[in-house]
Ligand binder design. Sequence first.
Ligand code: AMP
Ligand code: MG
Length: 279
Amino acid sequence: MDFKKLHQIEPGKSVKLKSIETKQGGPFKNKAEAVEFTADRNEKIRDLQYRMFVEQKQSLLIVLQAPDAAGKDGLIRKVLGQMNPQGCRTYPFKVPSEIERAHDFLWRIHQCTPATGMVSIFNRSHYEDVLVVRVEDLVPKKIWNERYEIINQFEANLVAAGTTILKFFLHISPEEQLERFKKRLDNPDKHWKLNTGDYAARDKWDQYREAYEDAIAKCNSKQSPWFVIPADNKWYRDASVAGIVHETLTQMDPKMPPVDVDLDEIRALYEREAAEQRS
Ligand code: AMP
Ligand code: MG
């Protein structure tokens, strides 16, 4: 199954989120089949990611954007966070701090892009600066409108430096979101996630949708693609993203570096030590 092809938005095309089903099951007959697929891909992802860590030649940046309760945290827990933590970091981007606000909007982002061999996962990202900032009118239109091009140049710079970029929009319906808000209310372990802002954002659902459609259409290229992931089914969300990350790492084809020591010499050293220990 080619999940990349299935969910990648074609560069240069506009996107209408309303015409993309939020609830899909893809090729899976049921949840169990998808969960099994995800587990299999997680294992393969971990292996390829560790190879990339050892290879030290390229890096991977995964950007997650979504309305509240669409499942960024769950996706990180069940798929992306399964990678080897030696070579993988997650960065949440919240309301900018005073010092962050005193810099250009990419300042805090650039510090978190992956070094060679590493994977960075962005839980929200520089796209907030053309999403929440646009809808909530936090800066004048002239400012946010210039940011699409600035983002394109920034991402092109990362690609030129050897970073592969994957950007995921988790697409849920307002009905599913409200149901998840209810589950949060009913579960004391999730009360820390509650806030009134989530409800205020629901009143602006259409404005957010338009802002997402613009961000996706204007900042989408073959090298830095957007994927719209149907996220009403958590198991489909996990399986399709696992599929895409696995396909991508397979194409990146990280290789163990060539041996640069004299194996015979090391073997002789070992034999000497072993003989000494025996005597
Ligand atoms: P959460 O990810 O649910 O913990 O919430 C983080 C909050 O920070 C969200 O409401 C985001 O919209 C907000 N946020 C993230 N980046 C920015 C930004 N650049 N400007 C304003 N708000 C932001
Ligand atoms: Mg939240």
